[in-house]
Design a protein around this ligand. Structure first.
Ligand SMILES: [Zn+2]
Length: 124
């Protein structure tokens, strides 16, 4: 059995910076991801990866993912989007909550694929 590197952590979490998400994120992370993890908290989480007008933000995000992997041996990424996200136009941009949730689900899958292409790991 090998001992993990001192700086190694269990995962990288990419989440929206929205303050309303913080209490839920704490519950999610303590229940499903106990231990050490890196955290990237930016507006819209991975939304920039899917918006050509946000190329510089997307590159920043991918650079952070690569740095987490290099410095902390991260092998798993957790992407957290949320409803009523201003970066996605808020709840008013959708006809109903089911459509909004489906959009976020699709966006998280697409973002995971883009991140995987630049940084092969597991994505949740
Ligand atoms: Zn948000």
């Amino acid at each position: 059995m090998t001992t993990p590197a001192p700086r190694a952590c269990d995962a990288l979490v990419i989440t929206c910076m929205d303050w309303r998400l913080h209490p839920h994120l704490s519950t999610l992370l303590s229940g499903h991801l106990p231990g050490r993890f890196d955290l990237i908290s930016v507006c819209g989480a991975t939304r920039s990866l899917l918006d050509p007008s946000e190329a510089s933000a997307a590159q920043f995000l991918l650079t952070c993912v690569g740095t987490s992997r290099r410095l902390h041996s991260v092998s798993r990424v957790v992407i957290v989007h949320h409803t009523d996200c201003g970066a996605s136009g808020g709840a008013e941009a959708f006809d109903n909550e089911a459509m909004e949730r489906a959009r976020h689900s699709d966006d998280m899958k697409a973002a995971a694929e883009l991140i995987a292409r630049s940084n092969p790991m597991d994505y949740y």
